[in-house]
Design a protein around this ligand. Structure first.
Ligand code: 13P
Length: 332
């Protein structure tokens, strides 16, 4: 367990964070490439990942990258397998191990995360063949007024997150537990805060009943934000107060670190909100280190500049590095 704590702590350090580049093949095609007018398919996904992972200098800002299984087997343009490329630069390769969402049986507007079946075997393969040291499991929690999330969605997702965490620790890797409270909806920031608190309380009760060692887990969370259809734009100070407040109320001090997802914020919002959160957490002596684990907020500028064209690659890498540098500066 000491090793796990060491790995977890080295993923969440001041001024550095984790890139999430773990979109499933379908999400990478539909939500990243197509959205930017770029052709889809395995070759374009390889180029998309190469654009990000082979950018010179990313090691200055990244401790780890979460990959999707296809990327484990693909190679950078110089022929180096992606996991090896990261390891050579002192960046830990991680792997998303859940298998996506399906409707929750009793409440089909909500979701449950799949992937416990065969998890043990997949973990062995990822660790021994590709050298991954950490993993991620994402649950998605929907807010609809006071009606959703249902108690069942919270409890069942917490149960699976806890089972996942135990299995991953047994396999000698660090689990990142991501109960994402979705931005979509008309809810207030205070409602988002209350749902984050509710989810964390149930999650830690469940983790305590299972075998997970909190010193060797990382929590990946949403910020407390007004819903995307609320018509309200929160200030960074408001976001920081409710996000740090929610986490200090509910996340035990032993947890190795907390990382944030960007969740549909613009790159600039995600940068400024994180800076305010970091500042407030420091003032309040929050017990755990905090950093970023963004996908969209880190990738957006680069994808826009790249547009799938070889001649834009250098400029796209510059845009990626510039965004990475400003997000990393917000956790310094
Ligand atoms: P976003 O930063 O785009 O929300 O993605 C983070 C992530 O890992 C979602 O699972």
């Amino acid at each position: 367990m000491h090793d796990l704590q060491h790995i977890a702590r080295s993923l969440v350090v001041s001024g550095k964070g984790i890139l999430a580049a773990d979109e499933s093949d379908a999400s990478a095609d539909e939500k990243r490439l197509k959205n930017h007018g770029i052709a889809t398919g395995p070759l374009m996904r390889r180029q998309f990942r190469d654009l990000l992972l082979a950018t010179p200098g990313v090691e200055e800002y990244l401790t780890g990258v979460i990959l999707y299984k296809e990327t484990l087997t693909q190679k950078a343009s110089d022929g180096t397998p992606f996991p090896e490329l990261l390891l050579k630069r002192g960046i830990m390769p991680g792997i998303k191990v859940d298998e996506g969402l399906e409707p929750l049986a009793d409440s089909p507007e909500e979701s449950i995360t799949k992937g416990l079946l065969g998890l043990h075997e997949r973990l062995q393969e990822y660790r021994t063949t590709y050298g991954t040291t950490f993993t991620k499991w994402r649950a998605a929690i929907t807010i609809d007024g006071d009606r959703l999330p249902s108690a069942g969605a919270i409890v069942e997702n917490a149960k699976r997150l806890a089972l996942y965490a135990c299995e991953v620790q047994k396999a000698g890797m660090v689990p990142i537990l991501e109960p994402e409270v979705l931005l979509q909806g008309t809810h207030s920031r205070l409602r988002a805060r209350a749902v984050i608190e509710q989810m964390m309380r149930v999650l830690f009760d469940t983790l305590n009943e299972q075998c997970a060692d909190l010193n060797g887990i990382i929590i990946k969370t949403s910020m407390a934000l007004s819903g995307s259809e609320s018509g309200r734009m929160d200030t960074p100070k408001e976001v920081a107060l409710d996000t740090v407040g929610a986490l200090m109320e509910t996340v035990p001090a032993e947890v190795a670190g907390i990382v944030f997802l960007s969740g549909g914020q613009t790159p600039e919002q995600a940068t400024q909100n994180l800076a305010a959160i970091t500042k407030l957490a420091r003032e309040k002596n929050a017990p755990w280190p905090l950093t970023f684990s963004y996908a969209r907020a880190l990738q957006e500028d680069a994808l826009t500049v790249w547009a799938g064209k070889e001649e834009n690659l250098l400029a796209a890498r510059e845009a990626f590095l510039a965004r990475l540098a400003s997000v990393a500066a917000s956790v310094r």
